[in-house]
Design a protein around this ligand. Structure first.
Ligand code: BJW
Ligand code: ZN
Length: 243
């Protein structure tokens, strides 16, 4: 059978959404790309000679916290002036149409909240929050840049970005929120993620197993494309407003 046209796929997803009451969305770096935020595994995923993913580890921070903070300070500089794009805005508007709508994001940029999304499940934390390596205290801190080696106001220990690095556990409560939504969802959209980082990568497959209609929106196919019901190739900032 011939592959349906781009328009036919969008019509099908619109129909599935119109019939659904419980919707889950998973976003990755691709949704923020059109706001000018570099993705991790794209051409722009380099800072100096480092891949972003080389510095997003507890080992890198233990070896050279100054370097890792320099990297996150650069990220904060990039993110501070950035605005949500039509993709973020479309998801914020969509939330109001469904009795149950859960937006799960791997992004740490906070752009979904800025766009007006109410309940955002942040799997990998938020760059605008810092956490104390000593006493664990959490605080929002929007200074750009932060001091080279920021320290905790309560105990004096080194602060770290409140994000989840490779090899670290995701917050079990947050993971639980995500799974509860996945298990009951009727439609799931997986948007702008390369599908290589676990456990987020397998969430679309989980929803599919539980009977959801799963659609992917991405510039290119991913390792999961074949198991989803629908793959819409395109920019999220162009596709989402059509839905
Ligand atoms: C567009 C677009 C446009 C562009 N429109 N689309 C099972 C098997 C093997 C390994 C593991 C496993 N379970 C756990 C692991 C280890 C590890 C892992 O997954 N490794 C793999 C790489 C092999 N996972 C972990 O360590 C996780 N912890 C964990 O599971 O703990 C328990 C455990 C530990 C160890 C072993 C077993 C269990 C933690 C993962 C934390 C990830 N952290 C980061 C950094 C966050 C902080 C920061 O930002 O600095 O999260 S890494 C980075 O990747 C970041 C992202 O959220 C994440 C995903 O990237 P994403 O969003 O997919 O971005 P890209 O760049 O990859 O893709 C962009 C996509 O957009 C592309 O597809 C483009 O085509 C598309 N695109 N423009 C639409 N306009
Ligand atoms: Zn402290």
């Amino acid at each position: 059978m011939a592959e349906p046209s781009h328009e036919a796929k969008i019509q099908l997803l619109k129909k599935k959404l119109a019939e659904a009451e419980r919707v889950v969305v998973l976003t990755g770096a691709g949704i923020s790309a059109e706001s000018g935020v570099p993705t991790f595994r794209g051409q722009d995923g380099l800072w100096r000679q480092y891949r972003a993913t080389e510095l997003a580890t507890p080992e890198a921070f233990a070896d050279d916290p100054r370097l890792v903070w320099e990297f996150y300070n650069w990220r904060r500089e990039v993110l501070a002036p950035v605005h949500p794009n039509p993709g973020h805005l479309a998801l914020a508007a969509m939330e109001k149409r469904f009795p149950q709508f859960t937006l799960i994001t791997q992004n740490i940029d906070g752009l979904h909240q800025t766009a007006g999304s109410g309940k955002v499940v942040e799997l990998h934390g938020n760059i605008w929050w810092v956490r104390c390596n000593g006493c664990g205290e959490l605080a929002e801190d929007r200074r750009v840049p932060l001091p080279e080696l920021p320290t905790c106001g309560s105990c004096g220990a080194l602060l770290r970005p409140h994000v989840v690095w490779f090899g670290e556990m995701l917050d079990p409560m947050i993971l639980d929120q995500a799974h509860r939504a996945l298990e009951t969802s009727q439609v799931m959209m997986v948007i702008g993620t390369s599908g290589v980082v676990q456990p987020a990568a397998s969430m679309g497959a989980t929803a599919k197993r539980r009977g959801a209609f799963v659609a992917e929106i991405n510039l290119e196919p991913t390792p999961y494309t074949g198991i989803y019901d629908l793959s819409i190739l395109g920019k999220s900032g162009e596709v989402l407003p059509l839905l």
